[in-house]
Design a protein around this ligand. Sequence first.
Ligand SMILES: [Zn+2]
Length: 464
Amino acid sequence: MATIQFLGAAETVTGSKYLLDVGGTRALIDCGLFQGLKHLRLRNWDPLPIAPSSIHWVLLTHAHIDHTGYLPRLVRDGFRGPVYSTSATADLLKIMLPDSGKLQEEDAEYANRKGFSKHKPALPLYTEQDANSALKQVRGFKYGDDVQLNKFISARFISAGHILGSSFVEVTVSERQSAPIRILFSGDIGRYNEPILNDPSSVDEADYLLVESTYGNRVHDHTDPKVRLAEIVNSTAERGGKIIIPAFAVGRTQLLVYYLRELEDEGRIPVLPVVVDSPMAAEATRLYARHHEDHDFDVERIEKLNRNPLATRNFSLVQGRAGSRALNEQKGPMVIISASGMATGGRVLHHLAHWLPDPASTVIFVGYQAEGTRGRRLQNGEKEIKIHGEMVPVNAHVESLGSLSAHADSEELLRWLAGFKRPPKNTFIVHGEPDSANALRQKIVEKFGWNATIPVYQQNVTLE
Ligand SMILES: [Zn+2]
């Protein structure tokens, strides 16, 4: 008998973790960190309902921390099995997990310095060293490889077009007495017709489907994102302000640089200094050259043109903290792209603290801003925001470019679902706040007449 327990990303967008139990053999699909609202973040500290040592495998859909950032803790708490992902995801984890460990250590150190934690001393959820030991268990596969977990369970990674290395995870359970069951975990689903990344692959069938619903109730602005980006860059440059773009180091950062470069080449924006202030983004960009399987731009052709599509004309990457701080002193308009994408931590906080009070400057959000994050508060128009314990007045312009999102919107989700040739026995709507999940559920029921349910945190369902 097989069951799935929803240990995260149920009625919320973070903490993705689904426990598949087949007669006592256990696979955890995704191993994400909860982020955003405090009651969610506190779940990172709750023990899992089962011992990590009783899990046999972890399978990862993609490298984003809300899908992988709990892995070092799982290993520290006793998980000893292999972790399977695509090879690009495995490469990305080498930079992302240690960075996440470092952030956890910095957070704990900060809490101790300010004395605001009730734990004395406050401890990190895991350390950089924990992250490095977890990496030893990670193994990368090609898309489409048949990954045999044991005699009865196999898995396959299918390209999802969301970030480099992103995949749907298809698990097939063939138990002796019963017909095989195929379960598809969508992870995060990408966009159609976007430069750089391939479109999400179409999938024919699954007995059970877990589908993300981040934008289940919204349609992105489908006008060319370059038009609005050019307007914002031009008006901010005229005011002499800074353009601060909080962005995930992997994916959006590269896409933004690609669009800025095109706008420069087309003479639609002035050539401004563009700074990517994130050591991780620099390494991630190098990985694009290594993993051709994931993107559809012709690297060789572009190399012959002597033009790097992932750099602008006046482009720099900042590595050290000193270089990051020095940006505050620079005069004149400039574009600063820095993580984290939801302004929950990382170097972008220093830039926001410095430039949010400046009415000439603009902050552009390009990704989903989860409830409870600084990003969501700024999008909601809050006039003051707390950064590093201090209230910072918000005088800068705040813009959101939904058209640059890495997530399919509701129409794109339905387009992807329409590829199924037969209805799944059940479709579980995950990875969405309640309004989005509900909206997608309704659309699936109306359009396809499928069974669709929205699981709650820790719910257990039996697959037959
Ligand atoms: Zn993602």
